[in-house]
Design a binder for this molecule. Structure first.
Ligand code: FAD
Length: 438
């Protein structure tokens, strides 16, 4: 049997790996369990003409090399848009980020938030043990409890006190007292969000960015890896096929990968089981009206509304919906570890539509032209307090047996598409060097 560098996964990481290998003149075989390629970056158009990505995907990379690469994959045919985000909280529409736009809130509440903020603002910086402590130290207790701590329970499915702060990066803006006060007194437009502009393909949804993948790789779909023997260097698939490899680049999610590895020690498999991730049910709705929202993405804080975020694909590219129509994608989150998905998908679609009416996004006389849902089994890595130690154990073992893991679910981080692509490139490089080819 011919041995080679084999890649598992046709998402951004698998694409990055294939792209790096193609620079060495190698056209790798890339396997995927799905009957489509693209992983999380796949796009689907339904019969009524609405296109939905697998979760709202926009490209906001600041890496000029990746920007140029993606632009070339769509022949420079992309939309370049200013990001417009807003928030829904107890019936109010608030500008993003709320900490810089308190003027939309009731006056009494603004006074309480400022009073709490001043208390922490003047306190000396102290080390924090978890995300909750970071939030209170950054914003004061009132704001922290009403906004980010509440959002955390919906999005990360655990409490802020059970989370680390490793994932934060530029995600949560810490205002100065002056900024907080300015935003409390009147509307203003500070440019502080880590995303200000983004790109999105004019045609074909986000998947178009992966255009060259079928040329540079030999893609084998419907090949679900079920076991890996790192000693014999062989893989078996659910369809009965088996292949040998020299080096293996994998973007399989770690909790699924470890139990497949022959001879993996129990403590390592247990550590992989402790890695928490959210599952996202994407409810997609097509409507006979385009003026559904001012922003492309809305964050929903209220815990009695089932979705955490809304996005509007027709606002990313006009080709994502039929003329004069609009589309809504609602994200409803679950987690095996913290809040298992225990509701029938049809029931969830009904709940989403009812809640879209409750928060005013859908009107009484709107006609729904399409409704459907997709379940994204692995969505966001949850940075709970068990993650760091468990990940060290798992990665240490994979390094020992020489598997080249990559991507959001191989590296097990909060990675965007550009980072997943680069992670795939790195894994391919490490495979090349292990096989003595670079
Ligand atoms: C809701 C949501 C919104 C997001 N929005 C953005 C955004 O706006 N911008 C941005 O840049 N990033 C965004 N991201 C992040 C982005 O999706 C990821 O960084 C990236 O797509 C991950 O790529 P990947 O290749 O690592 O993983 P995946 O895309 O999951 O690829 C892994 C592949 O491996 C395959 N596979 C798994 N197990 C097996 C098996 N046993 N056998 C064979 N094949 C297998 C899967 O089918 C899949 O195709 C978002 C993510 C989510 C969840």
């Amino acid at each position: 049997m011919k041995k080679d560098i084999v890649v598992i996964g046709t998402g951004m990481a698998g694409f990055g790996a294939a792209s790096r290998l193609s620079h060495e003149g190698i056209r790798p075989v890339v396997y995927d369990r799905n009957d489509y390629y693209g992983g999380h970056t796949a796009s689907f158009r339904d019969a009524s003409g609405f296109l939905f990505d697998l979760g709202p995907h926009i490209s906001f990379t600041k890496d000029a090399r990746i920007q140029d690469l993606l632009a070339s994959h769509v022949d420079q045919e992309y939309e370049a848009l200013q990001v417009k985000l807003d928030n829904y909280w107890r019936g109010l529409r608030l500008t993003h980020p709320v900490q810089l736009h308190l003027n939309g809130l009731p006056h009494e509440l603004v006074v309480e938030i400022i009073a709490d903020f001043v208390k922490v603002h003047d306190a000396p910086e102290r080390p924090v043990a978890n995300y909750e402590e970071w939030l209170i130290a950054s914003y004061g207790r009132k704001f922290a409890e009403l906004f980010p701590m509440q959002y955390t329970r919906k999005y990360h499915l655990t409490t802020a006190s059970n989370m680390s702060t490793e994932w934060l990066g530029p995600r949560m803006y810490r205002p100065s007292l002056q900024e907080l006060l300015r935003g409390a007194l009147a509307p203003w437009q500070p440019e502080v969000h880590y995303i200000t502009h983004f790109r999105y393909p004019k045609q074909g949804g986000f998947l178009s960015y992966l255009g060259p993948l079928p040329q540079i790789a030999d893609i084998r779909l419907r090949h679900e890896v079920v076991s890996i023997d790192p000693k014999a260097r062989g893989i078996r698939f659910a369809n009965g096929a088996a292949v040998a490899y020299d080096e293996l680049v994998t973007s399989i999610a770690l909790p699924a990968l470890l139990p497949m590895i022959a001879g993996a020690p129990t403590d390592v498999v247990d550590a992989a089981r402790r890695l928490a991730c959210s599952t996202c049910v994407l409810v997609n709705v097509g409507v006979d009206r385009a003026d559904l929202s001012e922003g492309q993405i809305t964050y929903i804080y209220d815990e009695d509304i089932c979705f955490t975020r809304l996005s509007f694909p027709h606002m990313l590219s006009a080709t994502n919906a039929p003329p004069d129509c609009g589309s809504i994608q609602a994200e409803v989150y679950f987690s095996d570890k913290y809040r298992p998905l225990d509701t029938a998908i049809e029931t969830l679609i009904d709940r989403v539509i009812a809640d879209l009416h409750r928060c005013g996004t859908l009107r009484e006389n709107d006609r729904i032209l399409y409704r459907g849902a997709k379940v994204v089994r692995y969505a966001n890595v949850i940075f709970d307090l068990e993650r760091t130690a468990a990940l060290e154990t798992v990665h240490g073992y994979l390094d020992d047996i020489g598997l080249h893991y990559c991507g959001r679910y191989g590296d097990w981080g909060y990675m965007w598409t550009d980072e997943s692509f680069i992670s795939g490139e790195r894994a391919a490089e490490s495979a090349l060097s292990a096989s003595g080819r670079s």
